[in-house]
Design a protein around this ligand. Structure first.
Ligand SMILES: Nc1ncnc2c1ncn2[C@@H]1O[C@H](COP(=O)(O)OP(=O)(O)OP(=O)(O)O)[C@@H](O)[C@H]1O
Ligand SMILES: [Mg+2]
Length: 263
């Protein structure tokens, strides 16, 4: 079953938001999904209002599973129906272990691949940095969605990511989609950045499809502050906000319908 990742070396571009909503959307289609947070900030938990699972349960991280100290079912948090999340504790330390002990890499890969027997899709949420852990997990991903912010620094993030893949021998063909974020229909700067991104993408990732750009919507920030996903049943306090919420849900649903995650 496919392993799908969102990645970009640039921080704060919307990787976790996109991955979290995509995973939730797929789970509402009756598929069983697992999200692994390879980012030890574990912000995906907050997105779904499960922050207390990170702070209260201190001995149930991916690292404890790898060390044989617990079972897979002990470390998964049921975030929604059909949607489960796993957290990481200290990815720097895990990366160090993976670098100095080669057999740990096999154990990690076998553990993640083992999950594919129980889930229809596995999603991996990455931190913006690079590490041995990220390299291994990007390498076992079937599809990578490269999330690019539509501003000058965001475009640098695209190029830096391509450079990183080349330097560490990660196959650029794994990048199936480029997801531009930070779009605004009436602002010129993101439009120009999108044009530039299309030019660059033609050169470096010609086989990756560029998705419709994701608009910045304040309702998303409001919902995330409440630990509510756009695919949750949730009535906003004001009619105005409710209308925005419904629109955003429709927008994202339509975007996700266009993706082919099995390619
Ligand atoms: N479409 C959107 N509209 C408005 N705000 C958004 C949107 N997508 C993400 N955000 C906000 O932008 C911030 C960063 O988003 P997110 O955490 O998803 O990015 P990230 O790339 O995962 O960040 P990091 O690199 O730190 O992991 C968050 O505050 C989130 O609420
Ligand atoms: Mg993130």
């Amino acid at each position: 079953m496919p392993i799908i990742s969102t990645y970009c070396k640039k921080g704060g571009v919307g990787k976790t938001t996109y991955l979290g909503y995509l995973a939730h959307y797929i789970s509402t289609q009756g598929k069983k999904v697992l999200v692994i947070s390879a980012d030890d900030q574990n912000s995906i938990f907050k997105l779904f209002g499960c922050g207390e699972f990170v702070s209260d349960q201190n001995n149930m991280y991916l690292e404890h599973l790898l060390a044989g100290q617990c079972n897979p079912e002990d470390i998964v948090c049921e975030a929604r129906i059909n949607m489960y999340i796993i957290k990481t504790l200290n990815t720097d330390r895990l990366s160090f272990t993976l670098t100095v002990k080669r057999q740990e890499e096999r154990k990690l890969i076998d553990t993640i691949k083992g999950f594919t027997k129980f889930f229809d899709y596995i999603f991996i949420d990455f931190p913006p940095s690079s590490s041995r852990l990220s390299e291994i997990l990007l390498d076992i991903s079937d599809s990578i969605l490269l999330v690019v912010g539509l501003d000058t620094l965001g475009l640098d993030g695209y190029i830096n990511t391509i450079q990183y893949f080349v330097d560490t021998d990660i196959n650029l063909e794994k990048i199936k989609y480029i997801v531009p974020t930070g779009y605004h229909p009436i602002k010129l700067a993101p439009k120009n950045c999108l044009k530039e991104l299309k030019k660059q993408a033609e050169i470096y990732t010609p086989n990756a499809e560029i998705t419709d750009p994701i608009c910045d919507r304040s309702v998303i920030k409001n919902l995330q502050a409440e630990g509510v996903s756009i695919f949750d049943e949730f009535k906003m306090a004001s009619k105005f906000h409710q209308k925005n919420r419904d629109e955003v849900e429709k927008e994202w649903r339509n975007d996700f319908k266009k993706l082919n995650l099995d390619k």
